[in-house]
Design a protein around this ligand. Structure first.
Ligand code: ADP
Length: 496
């Protein structure tokens, strides 16, 4: 399918209008599979970010007053339109991001599922009434929208990372300014167009395509009207955002890097573990923050697991997104490819061996062969750094204690996975592992019903589930005093 979709927009979306950047600058969006220019898009400047914040602030006054049920109805309509136009959205996404069309379709369904879930949650915002310690008082707890939300999103899930932030924000009664990644603004703009078509009022969602990430970041994290920043991206940029938000004490959600351990115990179902490893490691060519980054395999089954995983990885079909049956697309950029090559070279120099891959794919460009490395030494960089590519490094262990110590020896704590069948072991490990998400005998863990998020340097806050809605709500404690006591009806005073 070509890029002739009506959902292809090349202007910024501010206050319900499609506008060029205030200084008229534009930038090219390219197809990572072949380098072709897909669109030339408005490159928003600082003034545009300020205009978007003002539009969002103006829209907030009305949007927060709509009943949750009504906000939910509009979100539901957005979900329906995303679902109706899923093919076109998937096509745009595959073009600008490079993932196989089948994966792009899965992402659109996943992105839509957040609009659906939070359309339902919008009418389920609950406060509390707490027993007061003295007579004549009530303690009320109200939940109110925080205000204007700035959402900064990455390129690896150009649609889902946006709905995962916007849908709960809108459900809560907040309005948004979104800065998508410069590699993938087209999916974001298409979602904006569908929000417009769904009847979501002007200014409730504003979208700023831009290459000027740092400059816009400064405005979005320091403007006093922005009350919350929700960021998904690298830990490095997360730190900058957190620092910048300190000046105005903004509420903050951070979904940052991971270094997910994938542990296979010797009582695991080997075939299931290999299938889970393939799903977790090679989805989006290894470019997700929850991708397994390092594999710890118990000695007794190490060789069998390595051999089967290498065979399955070797069988993955590498190809451009629109080639039928393609399972592995290109990496997002030459820099991403260079990083993967550097990490693999470091591992091999330090004694690791490649069972399959470990080189660029004959297709050229940024295609890289699915790779399995064995005997990776613990000091190799690939064990400690986020690979963001299709490489599985395997390390042997003997005891449960050793596996936990290895898994927890990381500053990150986003996803983790392990395969085991003994029930006591399952509970012991699930409790001991230092991660925000644990997949037990499961390689795919993301769903809008569950609270996605990390601990340690992987982030703050949760996305999805009822916890995801709370991120966009402030608590207001109302101390209601002066309540006169009821007249006490003393049965002794009643006329006989
Ligand atoms: P990745 O390595 O996945 O590209 P980044 O953290 O660099 O992760 O990018 C994630 C998002 O953060 C993108 O939208 C990017 O443009 C944005 N970004 C990068 N640097 C900054 C910054 N200094 N301030 C605000 N946003 C930034």
């Amino acid at each position: 399918m070509g890029l002739d979709s009506k959902l292809l927009h090349n202007q910024a979306f501010i206050g319900g209008r499609w506008v060029p950047a205030s200084d008229e600058r534009r930038f090219d969006v390219t197809d990572p599979a072949n380098g072709a220019v897909l669109a030339n898009v408005a490159d928003c400047a600082v003034q545009d970010a300020v205009a978007a914040i003002l539009a969002a602030q103006a829209a907030f006054a009305r949007w927060k007053e709509l009943p949750g049920k009504e906000r939910g109805r509009l979100l539901r309509r957005w979900f329906e339109l995303i679902t109706l136009r899923a093919e076109e959205l998937a096509c745009l996404l595959a073009h600008e991001q490079g993932k196989p069309l089948s994966e792009a379709k899965t992402e659109i369904a996943y992105a839509a599922s957040y609009a659906e879930w939070f359309s339902e949650e919008a009418r389920r915002i609950y406060g509390d009434v707490i027993a007061a310690p003295v007579a004549g008082r009530e303690i009320l707890v109200l939940k109110q929208p925080v205000g204007v939300v700035a959402a900064i999103t990455p390129w690896n899930f150009p649609s889902a990372m946006i709905t995962r932030k916007i849908a709960p924000a809108l459900a809560a009664g907040c309005t948004c300014v979104v800065k998508p990644a410069e590699e993938t603004p087209l999916s974001a703009l298409a979602l904006g167009a569908l929000a417009e078509a769904a009847g979501i009022p002007d200014g409730v969602i504003n979208i700023l395509p831009s290459t000027r990430a740092h400059e816009l970041g400064v405005v979005l994290t320091t403007h006093p009207f922005v009350r919350k920043v929700s960021f998904t991206g690298s830990t490095e940029v997360g730190r900058i955002i957190m620092r910048q938000c300190a000046g105005t004490i903004k509420k903050l959600s951070l979904e940052l890097g991971g270094n997910a351990p994938f542990i296979v115990f010797d009582d695991a179902d080997l075939d299931a573990a290999v299938a889970g490893a393939i799903a977790s490691k090679f989805r989006n060519s290894g470019q997700t923050c929850v991708c397994a980054n390092r594999f710890y395999v118990q000695a007794r089954i190490y060789d069998a697991f390595a051999e089967n995983l290498a065979a399955a990885a070797h069988a993955l079909k590498v190809g451009p997104p629109f080639e039928p049956g393609a399972e592995q697309g290109p990496l997002i950029s030459p820099n991403a490819l260079a990083k993967v090559e550097e990490l693999v070279a470091d591992g091999l120099t330090k004694g690791a061996k490649a069972l399959t891959g470990a080189r660029r794919h004959p297709l050229g460009g940024t295609f890289y062969e699915p790779t399995v490395l064995i005997d990776v030494p613990p000091g190799a960089r690939i064990v400690h750094e986020e690979i963001f590519g299709p490489v599985a490094p395997l390390i042997r262990f003997d005891t449960e204690e050793e596996a936990i110590a290895l898994a927890n020896a990381s500053d990150y704590g986003l996803a983790s996975y392990f395969y085991a069948s003994d029930m006591s072991r399952v509970f012991r490990i699930a409790r001991a592992i230092e991660a925000g998400i644990v997949g037990v005998n499961e390689g795919i863990i993301s769903t809008p019903e569950a609270p996605f998020g990390g601990i340690k340097q992987s982030g703050i806050g949760r996305e999805g589930s009822r916890y995801g809605l709370e991120e966009y709500l402030d608590i207001k404690y109302v101390c209601l005093g002066g309540i006169a006591p009821a007249a006490i009806d003393d049965p002794g005073n009643r006329p006989r």
